[in-house]
Design a protein around this ligand. Structure first.
Ligand SMILES: [Zn+2]
Length: 427
């Protein structure tokens, strides 16, 4: 089996702040990281080793009936369902962690906006959002994003006001490592570039307060997770739709070119959202419903219908392949850690999407590694980011050429976000 050429990855779904809050040392090698969800697959060094140079890092919070039942140390992401203030505290804590990491140079927050994201394109002309329009402008990803759309003061060396104040508010266990001997230095590789994805919008008190989140690095929002949020019905609900607050959030997001993430939304909420905006949309970490038993699957709302896939592609969006084993193949024995799908099973979802839409421009990675799972829940032979090349090996075996493989690894996502590829490719 040939080995893929070294090249960067863009992973559109990693719960990095959540894992740190739960007690994992994100600055340690995998063997030493301790904390929850072992065996682990993700720490910052493991991502570097696997050539994951850019990602969406989530703010993952969870509404529960009784937050007092959760341990204070490891349950910081929890809030009582409907408690807007508690959700705000939980979400802002993770946002501050990302900004603290950025202030320490561990990551670099990406001031990324989707291509064609001028307010006019976002709010009005559907023609500018067509796949053809995106093809025409793909040669100059950064020039289409005027500086007025790029949040200022983000990331290392840009005088981030938020990062300068956030380290001190974090408990010492969550503080960045600073200039630890052997961790960083003049020969260190460039930091992981990261856009913040809010997975469940409950932490955002109201649409009026979205600019605060946008200014601190939020580039995308999925309005709900499993349960019903104050904004929308998640995939664990009885197909609940958008709330009034959710309908009001849509134009607020569009005005700031914050992208809608459809992963986890119920089908009804998805369909309502798509009728209320012409903006580009993504599914950061979702697979194909039709390959997972269709609507007979009790979890089918978690997976994308063929119609939704076509609509994401029509708008120039991208779908991230989720690597959770039972999101790849049904019928697995969840109690048997060795009953794992193959890398080829995983990329069957990628191929299905490409066959549906007729090209390979709307597929990428959204691994969800360690997002409530362990390395045992990934495809066989994929245990760390360094093993992601098994996916490109499987695609190559299906006849994908080098350009198509690069598109899947990172080109499609960086084109969507308007990120300069040369930055990702430097050592
Ligand atoms: Zn998720």
């Amino acid at each position: 089996m040939p080995t893929a050429q070294p090249a960067p990855w863009f992973d559109a779904h990693l719960d990095l702040a959540y894992l740190a809050e739960k007690g994992r040392d994100m600055h340690a090698p995998l063997d030493d990281c301790r904390g929850p969800l072992q065996p682990a697959s993700v720490t910052l060094p493991s991502l570097r080793d696997g050539d994951v140079r850019a990602c969406l890092g989530t703010i993952f919070t969870e509404g529960v009936q009784d937050p007092t039942a959760h341990d204070a140390e490891t349950g910081a992401h929890v809030y009582a369902l409907g408690d807007a203030e508690g959700a705000y505290r939980a979400g802002m804590r993770q946002l501050k962690l990302y900004n603290a990491w950025a202030g320490a140079g561990v990551i670099e927050l990406m001031p990324c906006k989707p291509q064609d994201s001028s307010p006019a394109a976002f709010n009005n002309a559907s023609s500018s959002l067509s796949p053809a329009g995106r093809v025409a402008s793909s040669g100059a990803p950064s020039s289409s994003s005027p500086s007025s759309l790029s949040p200022l003061g983000r990331g290392r060396g840009e005088g981030s006001s938020s990062s300068s104040s956030s380290s001190s508010s974090l408990p010492s266990s969550l503080s960045p490592p600073g200039e630890r001997a052997g961790v960083r230095g003049s020969s260190s590789p460039s930091p992981l570039r990261l856009g913040v994805l809010v997975e469940c919008a409950d932490p955002i008190p109201s649409p009026d307060e979205l600019p605060e989140w946008d200014e601190q690095g939020v580039v995308a929002i999925g309005m709900a997770w499993w349960h019903e949020s104050r904004y929308a019905g998640g995939n664990g609900t009885d197909n609940l739709g958008l709330t009034d607050l959710g309908r009001a959030l849509i134009p607020a997001m569009d005005a700031l070119a914050v992208v809608h993430d459809l992963s986890h939304l119920s089908q009804r909420a998805t369909d309502e959202l798509l009728t209320l905006t012409d903006a580009p949309v993504i599914a950061s970490h979702s697979n194909c419903r039709s390959l997972l038993g269709g609507e007979a699957n009790p979890q089918h709302l978690r997976h994308l219908s063929d119609d939704t896939i076509r609509e994401i592609a029509r708008r120039g969006g991208v779908i991230g392949l989720n690597l959770i084993r039972n999101f790849i193949r049904t019928g697995l024995d969840r109690n048997n850690p060795s009953d794992r799908p193959s890398a080829d099973d995983a990329v069957a979802h990628v191929e299905h999407i490409c066959e549906l839409v007729g090209d390979r421009r709307c597929v990428g990675l959204g691994s969800d590694m360690d997002g409530g799972i362990t390395a045992n829940d990934l495809p066989a032979a994929i245990n760390t980011p360094s093993d992601l090349t098994k996916l490109t090996d499987a695609l190559r075996a299906r006849g994908w050429n080098a350009d198509d493989l690069a598109a899947f690894r990172y080109d499609n996502w960086i084109r969507f976000w308007g990120v300069k590829s040369d930055h990702l490719e430097q050592a």
